[in-house]
Design a protein around this ligand. Sequence first.
Ligand code: K1U
Ligand code: ZN
Length: 173
Amino acid sequence: MTVRPILIHPDPRLKKVAEPVTAITDELRATAADMLQTMYEAPGIGLAAPQIGLLKRMLVMDCVKDPDLPARPMVLINPEVVWASESTNTYEEGCLSIPDQYADVVRPAEVRVRWTDLEGAAREEHFTGLWATCVQHEIDHLNGRLFIDYLTPLKRQLITRKMEKLKRERARM
Ligand code: K1U
Ligand code: ZN
């Protein structure tokens, strides 16, 4: 397993709509394992394939934060929200592609998501709490949308400028 570099905003690959996965291969399974390792190492609670430069509809997540509870690594291929609650939840979101920046985002509090698993089986699950927030944040990545797209243009521009500076500094290192 390999920890992959995570793309930092702004990057055109983070703004593209990812392509559906058409075949579940050993290569895809290896990529999913790399993505989980990259997510845990970051550390984060989710990661979408475009964040490692792969424009495919696959995401990983594990929102179990308590180290005393067993981990629940999940791999979702071609995920789709099939139902969203009218009730909303506000969560101060972060993003591994926008390090050290956080902002409140309002999203449906509960969602039902359908996806294909790594064995090719159809799966469906009802997500609540942080899991619901995270799966929506990750599906947004598959559609080229970042959490800063929910902010005012001014706040988004401020964060984008900070990220451009960070990338220039990292390039000089
Ligand atoms: O997609 C990503 O960039 C990962 C992102 C997911 C996410 C965070 C918050 C709300 C919705 C989705 C992260 O994992 S940022 C890091 C983070 O939230 C975290 C890191 C360590 C422990 C707990 C949380
Ligand atoms: Zn993100």
